[in-house]
Design a protein around this ligand. Sequence first.
Ligand code: HDL
Ligand code: ZN
Length: 416
Amino acid sequence: MQKVINSQILKETVIEAVESQQVIDIHTHLFSPDFGGLLLWGVDELITYHYLIAEVFRSADISYEKFWAMTKTKQADLIWQTLFINNSPISESCRGVVTTLKELGLDLASRDLQDYREYFAHQKIEDFIDIVFDVAKVKSVVMTNDPFDSIEQPIWLAGRKGDPRFQAALRIDSILNDYVDVGRDKLSGLGYETDLDLSEKSLGEIRRFLSDWINRMKPNYMAVSLPPEFQYPEDSRRGKVIKECILPISLEYNVPFALMIGVTRAVNPQLRMAGDGMAKTDLACLENLLRDNPSNKFLTTLLSRENQHELCVIARKFPNLMIFGCWWFMNNPSIIDEITRERLELLGLSIILQHSDARILDQLIYKWKHSRQIISKVLIDKYQDLLDSGWITTQDEIGRDVAALLGGNFEGFLQS
Ligand code: HDL
Ligand code: ZN
């Protein structure tokens, strides 16, 4: 007999379901150990995560030149002193470091960065991966793989097998956003000759490139980050490659096309990777893509809070769109809470609630602990509303729903 839920046991039931659910993390910048130094981990990487670099310049009296001339250890020392000792680490990215250290069992009372470095110095990466996946309750992560990256490329060409917990995603920003200055040369470097005018022959070569790398990588999806001014259809090289190459290949191989829209790259180049900004997007681009390609599957996450409500409405109109996660500047408790509520209210359970965007392995611990806390809070309220309306539900049904929201919907979307 399944246990019927009442208000008294609702909270513990939802928290238990959310906290125990193994998640599929559908967008990260993590790499399996066979990619060598591309896999980042440890306390100095945590502290010099580009989110904290942006924040340290607001509080430390240091020039960009001086900071970038420092070693990573010295950068970490400065960030630790500035954002954790001279100031309470109250921002989400600082609090994430605190949560990670705590969940790894380190003594936060000491605040001794050298101590923490000692702990990591004694970890073997193969074991540490198991510790992190276990503590974070992550079943698998999807990487961000760039066939043109000088370190990744030879590993893929040599026939990467790798840890199956690290799934691939084929990232194609340089072809779509930088074809003239970067993409065309990179394609040529891999033996795909294309011209500036994107002749039929060139479009065929780009389709051949996509086919070859889908066969090689077996990616969960093809992804691109796009600026807020992205339009579709668009009389541009990007518009032509999407229409003539990405969409037909996505359909042929049943590999969804993931659009991550709203990033304005290098608004402050002096901050390097920390220098990107965001802006609201005209989502007619999505509506046109979805309406004109009803058999194609699309994944989308947006960078502007102001776009989130209309994204939910668009997803109501087009079942071939799966929205996912609280991306980057969205990934803060107050916004995760807000957009998770409106997504559940407008789309029910047909969403992928969250991804981590983790760049450092250890971040899986805090990004998922923080998200689970908020997701539990929202789900408790939404199931309470349901109970108040008279619906009768059970522990098993809540477990089923949570499993879908934290991974099952992604698996189902890929297999559909
Ligand atoms: O383009 C992306 O995938 C973004 O997530 C960027 O990598 C960004 O720098 C980031 O790490 N955001 O969390
Ligand atoms: Zn990312």
